[in-house]
Write a protein of this length. Structure first.
Length: 256
């Protein structure tokens, strides 16, 4: 079996994102057993698998903070971007295949593709210009921090409790809970005053469903003097073009 570290990294992402439920779905009793079994199957140290999981935790886990003080690595950013939209069932199947001794590189090529150009060993932290995925995550984090600090001053959400939804994969970042209704907010950031932003298919779909209850919080000029602009119902207000990207995809086929 080749590419053991790449396979281990995807397994570690799975453990971070789905936590103890993911551990059980792979047939392990606890994290310690999972680290040992995955390490044995892939011929990597169990501690390496654990450290990989910890590096995903700030972005994927709802129960552990992980290495929140470290800048995200390009390989981690690429895995998150490629796998975030897949269901638990789909990622479980992928991880099981990656851990199978008989699976060759050609069998799992599409699963490893997001890591094809990323070095897992001796990898260094990246800044905003290194990879598109890492840049997007870093810019997004800074924009979200600025939005949270600005939230108490936003009169449009006066009286609403802000709820963090970022790790739930629901198509928006925050929910403003009023006594009898709620509004949701998707935060996007730009390094300069003007530029391109991207919505995932899920974000754009949820925005269309929620209409006037969906807000785009656009933080401009992050590198100089950040300014926050709120755009209500972006589906009606923001001109967009659809773009199809290569990523990991899963289909469920039946022979009847």
């Amino acid at each position: 079996m080749t590419n053991p570290n790449q396979r281990a990294l995807i397994a570690a992402y799975f453990l971070s994102r789905f936590d103890k439920k993911g551990v059980r779905s792979l047939g392990y009793a606890n994290f310690t057993e999972a680290f040992e079994a995955i390490g044995t199957a892939l011929d990597v140290k169990p501690s390496t698998v654990k450290h990989m999981r910890d590096s995903f935790d700030p972005y994927c886990s709802q129960v552990r903070v992980g290495w929140y003080q470290r800048t995200i690595l390009p390989s981690r950013a690429n895995v998150i971007a490629a796998y975030v939209s897949l269901s638990e069932e789909a990622v479980t199947g992928i991880v099981r295949e990656l851990l199978t001794e008989t699976s060759s590189d050609s069998d799992v090529f599409s699963y490893l593709a997001p890591l094809s150009k990323a070095s897992i060993v001796n990898e260094s932290a990246v800044d905003a210009e290194t990879t598109p995925y890492a840049a997007r995550i870093k810019t997004g984090e800074e924009a979200e921090d600025f939005f949270q600090s600005s939230y108490p001053k936003l009169t449009i959400f006066s009286g609403a409790m802000l709820e963090d939804m970022r790790k739930l994969g629901v198509g928006f970042d925050f929910r403003a809970n009023f006594p009898k209704h709620y509004s949701v907010i998707e935060v996007k950031g730009l390094r300069v005053a003007q530029g391109a932003i991207s919505f995932t298919d899920k974000e754009w779909g949820v925005a269309g469903i929620l209409g006037d209850d969906y807000y785009l919080a656009l933080v401009r000029s992050l590198d100089t003097a950040p300014e926050l602009e709120l755009i209500k119902n972006p589906v009606k207000q923001v001109p967009v073009k659809r773009k199809t990207l290569e990523s990991v995809s899963v289909t469920w086929n039946a022979y009847l």
